[in-house]
Design a protein around this ligand. Structure first.
Ligand SMILES: Nc1ncnc2c1ncn2[C@@H]1O[C@H](COP(=O)(O)OP(=O)(O)OP(=O)(O)O)[C@@H](O)[C@H]1O
Length: 343
C-alpha cells in the first residue's frame, strides 16, 4: 500500500452546547439529565493513500461533516492531529482563515448556497488561484475555461451567474472551483445528496472520470451506501462520532461485519433486487451529549450482550479479511467472562 497522503490520528471533537439549553446538567428540552458537551468525534483514526477515495458513511449526526471540516482545516480538533504528507494541517483559528490550507478543498451539498449569487462563475472559479497567487491573470482566465470544459460545461459559461444554471451544473461549477486550487485532497460532503437521482448519476460519473484523469485523492461523505459503492475504494462506517467498521468497498458490500453496518444495509430500499424488504433501524440515535457507556450502538443492537453495555469495543482486524471492526462479536463474544477487564 502507498504511503498515506492523509493521516487522522486519535481525533476528538467536542462542542460546547449553547448555555441556554442546559441548566445544571438538566436538558431543558427533554427534561433529562445530560452533559453540556457534544461529543461529535471520539478517537477517530484513519488514513487515505494518494489516489485513493475513502467513503465516510453513517446516519445524520454521526460526525461525518465535522470530520470533513477538521480534515479541511475549517475546525480545529479538540484532541489528536491531522497530517498531510506527514505535516500537520493548518487549522483556522477563530475567524482567521487566511492560513487555512489550500491543499484540501471541500465541496458541499448545496452548490447554490456555496456560490456567490452576484459573482460570475468564471470569477468564482478564478478567485482562489488569484487570491493565493497560483497563476497569472491570463493563465487564470485560460484555466477557468479549461476547467469548465473539464467538468462538462462550455467555456463561454464563465460570464454567467449561478442562477442561470441547474443544480447539477452548479455542482459541476463547485467541482471546477475546487479543482482550480490544484488540491492534494478533495472532501466531498454529501456532494450529490440534493440532486435528482438521474443528475446524481451524471455528477458521480463526472467525478469518476476526473478521478481517473487527474488521479484524485478524496474523502467522500454520504449517508447513502448505494452512492458510495461505485465511487470509493474503502469505506469507514461511523456511529455516534466513532468509526465502527473500516473496510474495502468490496468486503463491506460482500461481507459487512458490524451489526450497525448490517442494519444500514437492511435499511436501504432494494427495489427489484429480490433482497429482503427494507427495515428501518430500530430506536433513536442516542444523544451525543450523553453517549451510552460501552458500545454506543448497544441500545439498538439485536446482538448486544452484557459486555456491550460496559466495555467499549476497539477497532480490531477480522480474521482472514482486510476489514477492521469495533464489535465484541469479533473479539471473544458479548458476554462478560470471568477475568474480563470490563467493569
Ligand atoms: N458547531 C457546532 N456546535 C455544536 N454542535 C455541533 C456543531 N457542529 C456539529 N455539531 C453536533 O455534532 C454532531 C455531529 O454533527 P455532524 O454535522 O458532523 O454530523 P453528520 O454525520 O455530518 O450529520 P448530517 O449528515 O446531518 O450533516 C451532531 O450532534 C451535531 O449536532
Amino acid at each position: 500500500m502507498k504511503e498515506p497522503l492523509l493521516t487522522v490520528e486519535g481525533v476528538h471533537k467536542r462542542f460546547s452546547r449553547k448555555p441556554g439549553l442546559v441548566m445544571r446538567g438538566i436538558d431543558r428540552l427533554s427534561g433529562k439529565s445530560s452533559g453540556s458537551t457534544v461529543h461529535a468525534l471520539s478517537d477517530v483514526t484513519l488514513s487515505v493513500a494518494a489516489g485513493e477515495v475513502l467513503g465516510l458513511v453513517g446516519e445524520s449526526g454521526c460526525g461525518k461533516s465535522t470530520l470533513g471540516r477538521i480534515i479541511s482545516g475549517i475546525y480545529t480538533p479538540s484532541d489528536g492531529r491531522v497530517l498531510l504528507d506527514g505535516a500537520p494541517v493548518a487549522h483556522a483559528r477563530g475567524n482567521n482563515v487566511e492560513k487555512l490550507t489550500t491543499r484540501v478543498q471541500m465541496i458541499h451539498q448545496d452548490p447554490f448556497a456555496s456560490l456567490n449569487p452576484r459573482m460570475k462563475v468564471g470569477e468564482t472559479i478564478a478567485e482562489g488561484p488569484r487570491v493565493h497567487k497560483l497563476a497569472s491573470a491570463g493563465d487564470v482566465r485560460k484555466r477557468v475555461r479549461d476547467l469548465l470544459q473539464q467538468v462538462g460545461l462550455e467555456g463561454a459559461y464563465a460570464d454567467r451567474l449561478p442562477h442561470q444554471f441547474s443544480g447539477g451544473q452548479r455542482q459541476r461549477i463547485a467541482i471546477a472551483r475546487a479543482l482550480a486550487m490544484e488540491p492534494d485532497l478533495l472532501v466531498l460532503d454529501e456532494a450529490v445528496a440534493s440532486l435528482d437521482v438521474s443528475i446524481q448519476a451524471q455528477v458521480l460519473n463526472l467525478f469518476m472520470e476526473l478521478r481517473r484523469k487527474l488521479d484524485l485523492t478524496a474523502v467522500f461523505i454520504s449517508h447513502d451506501l448505494s452512492v458510495v459503492r461505485h465511487v470509493c475504494d474503502r469505506v469507514a462506517i461511523m456511529y455516534l462520532g466513532r468509526i465502527v467498521e473500516l473496510a474495502s468497498a468490496r468486503e463491506l458490500y460482500e461481507k459487512p461485519q458490524h451489526p450497525y453496518t448490517k442494519a444500514l444495509f437492511a435499511s436501504v430500499p432494494t427495489l427489484g433486487t429480490g433482497r429482503a424488504a427494507f427495515q428501518p433501524i430500530k430506536g433513536e440515535i442516542p444523544s451525543p451529549l450523553d453517549p451510552p457507556k460501552g458500545c454506543a450502538f448497544h441500545p439498538r443492537c439485536p446482538m448486544a450482550g452484557p459486555r456491550c453495555k460496559v466495555e467499549l469495543p476497539l477497532l480490531k482486524p477480522v480474521t482472514g479479511m482486510a476489514t477492521t471492526v469495533a464489535c465484541h462479536l469479533n473479539d471473544g463474544g458479548t458476554g462478560i467472562k470471568t477475568g474480563s477487564h470490563a467493569a
